[in-house]
Design a protein around this ligand. Structure first.
Ligand SMILES: [Zn+2]
Length: 69
């Protein structure tokens, strides 16, 4: 079976490493919103209970065990 190359667009030249990398500088993952826990100060995403102390809206919702110091 022969492929007729005139049926679809073919790149005139290979994209160079630099050009490819310049294009991909905009393709990056966004950094999510991070807030501090008002109780223990750990990094936290908004509207989520704190994994360290288990508090959300000044209420212990996860009942995380606190290690004694
Ligand atoms: Zn906390």
């Amino acid at each position: 079976m022969r492929l007729n190359l005139q049926l679809f667009a073919v790149p005139f030249r290979r994209t160079s490493k630099t050009k490819k990398r310049m294009r991909r500088t905009h393709l990056k993952k966004e950094v999510g919103v991070i807030t501090a826990c008002p109780k223990c100060g750990a990094n936290l995403r908004p509207h989520r209970a704190c994994a360290k102390c288990g508090y959300y809206k000044n209420e212990d919702v996860l009942h995380v065990k606190q290690d004694e110091e």
